[in-house]
Write a protein that binds this ligand. Sequence first.
Ligand SMILES: [Fe+2]
Length: 227
Amino acid sequence: MKRSRVNQIMAEADEMIRRFGFILPPFAYWSPDEMRANRSAARRVIERRMGWDITDYGQGRFDTFGLFLFTLRNGKLADLQSGQGMCYAEKLLISRKDQISPMHRHMIKAEDIINRGGATLAIQLHGSNPDGSFGENVAGTVLCDGLETPFEAGEILRLKPGQSVTLMPGDWHAFWGDGGDVLIGEVSTVNDDLTDNIFCEPIGRFSDIEEDEPPLHLLVSDYESLL
Ligand SMILES: [Fe+2]
């Protein structure tokens, strides 16, 4: 994906987020130079990969296969393992109309996916085989706003604004905006996108960036190379 496209997606996302009365934290608006100048004070932001995350899953067709994310907060895996402390994370996502986030599950992370506003959020679900692999014909049960909701293999949940689903580590899921763009909240256990996403198809988690103009803000996937 070209950097100019990433910059454009950031500006469009910021506009949509504000339209729904939500505002990103101050570090979201730092330029790359400000991020470098604040590197020491912001070391937890950098270590925990908080910030802008725009992915086309390495496929180069963001409009139909991609996701906007901003990680607002993220705890420590060691805290989760010890059973106390900052075990949680929170993200804001935008799924555009018919823009697929591909089928995946998580190893450790449980996540609530919440429709915060906009169109309907479609989420397709499958259970896992006993070895954790994708269960083509495996049904299951999820919690929707705390209520037990059984699903058939491949069933599509349709969440209206205000509705949510709790996905446990074995629950395979793919999602997209149904009829329009959707602002999505994610509340989860500690998040490590480098190791915790198991995709059904062999794809990447981050975008390959072609530098055609300076970055407006750094992506979390830029922290290692550009800071
Ligand atoms: Fe997920």
